[in-house]
Design a protein around this ligand. Structure first.
Ligand SMILES: *[C@@H]1O[C@H](CO)[C@@H](O)[C@H](O)[C@H]1NC(C)=O
Ligand SMILES: *[C@@H]1O[C@H](CO)[C@@H](O)[C@H](O)[C@H]1NC(C)=O
Length: 254
């Protein structure tokens, strides 16, 4: 607030509005049971999330109405079956948001929503990538985005099922040191579109992981956020402990 008094006696007031919100993404590995749902929402509320991305909800279309919480008044679900996939996006009722458009994958893999938050336009995308190396998935995602993302800032988050940098983002030394085909395709899009891995840009050499694989006895960072390089310096990102699920929740604050 800035006040300036003129001789003539009138007062000029400038008001600065700051955009501040947190997105939390979490592969919950099933949210069908009431007991687990309570635990998950309890943890989400402690993380103070304004926007929540869930992956692997395992919710059936007929069960999607069961995903409710008093903090969230707008909920989008993409369902598949009771053992696999399923993603949801939840918007906190305190967030002043206008929905422009939304795309919901019929196969339970992604949800894209174009929104206006405090007069700023964002295209938010929650994804759950296949765990077999499938570059076509990323081609599909970015072709869906190409029409929607113009004139907006991109926020992409979720379980990408790939490590962008195999030496930094995987704990196992003997694992494949080459990036997967999907990782290469994703990195090409990131370069072309001017978007970056928010956590990595804030932590250039740090090793922290979001997932433990009991099969490979190794940790990896396969859950992350991507956003326009031009706004990454206004963001911070956090990896929380691996809890309740086999993945850690991650947060991004703009
Ligand atoms: C991965 O990180 C290492 C260590 O910082 C770096 O030398 C290497 O160039 C990175 N690789 C890629 C593909 O970014
Ligand atoms: C963010 O990146 C997308 C994809 O390149 C682009 O369409 C959009 O205009 C960018 N937004 C800003 C604010 O730079």
């Amino acid at each position: 607030k800035k006040k300036k008094k003129k001789k003539s006696g009138y007062v000029c007031v400038c008001v600065c509005v700051c955009i501040y919100f947190t997105v939390t993404s979490w592969n919950v590995r099933g949210i069908r049971s009431q007991a687990k749902k309570i635990k998950i929402f309890d943890y989400v509320s402690r993380l103070n999330a304004d926007i929540v991305f869930f992956q692997e909800t395992h919710l059936l279309k007929s069960e999607e109405k069961s995903l409710t919480d008093s903090n969230f008044n707008k909920i989008y679900n993409s369902c598949f079956n009771s053992r696999q996939r399923g993603v949801s996006v939840l918007l906190n009722k305190r967030l002043p948001v206008n929905i422009i458009n939304s795309v919901i994958d019929p196969e339970g893999r992604y949800i894209i929503i174009k929104v206006v938050i405090y007069n700023k336009c964002f295209t938010i995308l929650n994804l759950y990538a296949p765990n077999n190396d499938d570059p076509d998935f990323f081609h599909r995602i970015f072709s869906e985005l190409s029409d929607l993302s113009a004139d907006s800032s991109l926020i992409i988050g979720g379980d990408f099922n790939l490590a962008l940098n195999t030496s930094l983002d995987r704990s196992s030394k003997c694992s494949n040191t080459k990036p997967s085909r999907s990782a290469k395709v994703l990195m090409d899009y990131m370069e072309d579109l001017g978007i970056g891995d928010v956590w990595r840009l804030n932590n250039p050499t740090k090793k922290e992981y979001t997932f433990f694989s009991p099969v490979h006895k190794s940790f990896s960072r396969i859950d992350f956020f991507l956003s326009n390089n031009s706004i990454v310096h206004k963001m911070s990102s956090k990896i929380h402990p691996i809890i309740i699920s086999d993945h850690a929740p991650i947060s991004l604050t703009l």
